[in-house]
Each structure stands twice: as structure tokens, then as C-alpha cells.
Design a protein around this ligand. Structure first.
Ligand SMILES: Nc1ncnc2c1ncn2[C@@H]1O[C@H](COP(=O)(O)OP(=O)(O)OP(=O)(O)O)[C@@H](O)[C@H]1O
Ligand SMILES: [Mg+2]
Length: 227
């Protein structure tokens, strides 16, 4: 298998005061190019921690993280950030939209960061993404003027607008009703099938997980099985 994401014996220990929290205790995960994998497991088992490390947002305590052939654990913070911007679209568990920017402004910011200041997303791509997420009429709204479902769809539009090779999504349907969940899951499936984008999606919902070709189960900072 041509693995686009791979971890080897990934360990993450957070220090809180004088207490160590063992969030990941030796995770070996391999995700093939163009694969759609879902991650399930109880609250606190280390899912978000793992996704943040895969996405270069967090440096592991030990172990390897290979993203498209590059070892993220060996990189400086600046190098990791650069790899993330070039290759990864992140959908956070909490929306993390800029509250003072409109939906459109939030997308433009992502485009500019990706393009290092140059506008690189053509109008057609942009309209297509907005149409698929049914956001055409909401572009002038700021986050507080959007519903939770709309905010999450803007966050997803932002993650995918640059067509990253890898999409990492932390409970993208966690706060959505069934209709919005369906829009989002269909969108992810379409990106996976038509653009061969690799997707890793954390979810607590078995129906959402079933959209992925493979489900990895975690518990207590370890992978305990797959189906
Ligand atoms: N920044 C942090 N500092 C200290 N401990 C943390 C930090 N982030 C997470 N943890 C702890 O690490 C463990 C794993 O947290 P993580 O957020 O990865 O869980 P999760 O599986 O995503 O849970 P949920 O399903 O509730 O989102 C938990 O015990 C959590 O309290
Ligand atoms: Mg989480």
C-alpha cells in the first residue's frame, strides 16, 4: 500500500501541573493514498490528539509521523506548518472561524495563506465548493450570523478550498442535524471518490463512520481494532 500517512509507535504525554496524561501510548496507523478512514472511540481516548499530530499542529512526545514521505516529528515548527499548508485541510472539532470576518473572508484568508499571499483559487472552484455545501447565499454573513450547521459548512469549505491531498476532519458532523450531516458526508465522499483526496474523519456516529471504507477503533491511547 502506498501510505500517504503513517505513524510509528506514536506517543503523546501531556504534562498538566505535575501529572502526566498519557494521551497516546504507541499508535501505529497507516492510511493509503486516496483512502477514506474513520476513527471511533470513547471520549478522551486520544482521537483529536492523534489527528492534530497527523496534521502537524502538535509535536508528539516520541514516535514517527510520516506525511507523504516527510517525517513531521523531525521538523522545526516552521517546516511542519509549511507541510500542513501545502498538503492538509483541517476541519476542527470546534469551528475556529475568525469571528470578525464574513464567511467569504474566512475562505479568502485560507486561500491567501495557502497561496502565500497570491490568490490561487479560481472562481469556478470557489463557486463549486460553495454550491456543494449550499452556502452561496451566506457569504456576507459573519460566524455569529450563521447557524451552527452553516458555520460547520464554512469550516469545511475552508478546509477543502485549496484541494489539499489530505483532509483531516475532527467530528465534522458532531454538532449537525441529520440533514446537515448528510450534506457534509456526501461532500466528503465526493471529494474522496472524484478527487482521490485522502480523508481521516473522527466521529462518534456509526452511520457517519460507515461512509468510510475502513473504521479504526481507539481506546486508552491505542488502536484496538478495525473493521
Ligand atoms: N492540551 C492538553 N493538555 C493536557 N491534556 C490534554 C490536552 N488535550 C487533551 N488532553 C487529554 O488527553 C486525553 C486525550 O484527549 P483527546 O482530546 O485527544 O480525546 P478525544 O478522543 O478526542 O476525546 P473527545 O471524543 O471527547 O473529543 C484526554 O485525557 C484529555 O484530557
Ligand atoms: Mg476530540
Amino acid at each position: 500500500m502506498d501510505a500517504i500517512l503513517k505513524t510509528e509507535n506514536l506517543v503523546m504525554t501531556y504534562r498538566v501541573g505535575k501529572v502526566d496524561v498519557n494521551a497516546l501510548r504507541g499508535v501505529n496507523l497507516s492510511v493509503g493514498r486516496g483512502e477514506f478512514v474513520s476513527i471511533m472511540g470513547p471520549s478522551g481516548c486520544g482521537k483529536s490528539t492523534m489527528l492534530h499530530i497527523l496534521g502537524g499542529l502538535l509535536k508528539p512526545t516520541s514516535g514517527k509521523v510520516i506525511v507523504d514521505g516527510e517525517d513531521m516529528a523531525d521538523m522545526t515548527d516552521a517546516q511542519r506548518t509549511d507541510t500542513r499548508r501545502r498538503k492538509i485541510g483541517f476541519v476542527f472539532q470546534r469551528f475556529n472561524l475568525f469571528p470578525t470576518l464574513t464567511a467569504e473572508g474566512n475562505l479568502q484568508l485560507a486561500e491567501q495563506i495557502h497561496g502565500k499571499g497570491k490568490k490561487i483559487v479560481d472562481e469556478e472552484t470557489r463557486r463549486e465548493v460553495l454550491r456543494l455545501l449550499r452556502l452561496e447565499n451566506k457569504m456576507r454573513h459573519k460566524p455569529l450570523e450563521l447557524s451552527g450547521g452553516e458555520q460547520q459548512r464554512v469550516a469545511i469549505a475552508r478546509a477543502i478550498i485549496n484541494r489539499p491531498a489530505i483532509i483531516l476532519a475532527d467530528e465534522p458532523t458532531g454538532n449537525l442535524d441529520s440533514e446537515n450531516s448528510e450534506i457534509v458526508l456526501e461532500m466528503l465522499q465526493k471529494l474522496n471518490r472524484e478527487l482521490n483526496q485522502t480523508i481521516v474523519m473522527i466521529t462518534h456516529n456509526p452511520e457517519a463512520a460507515a461512509v468510510a471504507a475502513r473504521t479504526v477503533h481507539m481506546r486508552d491511547g491505542m488502536i484496538v481494532g478495525e473493521e
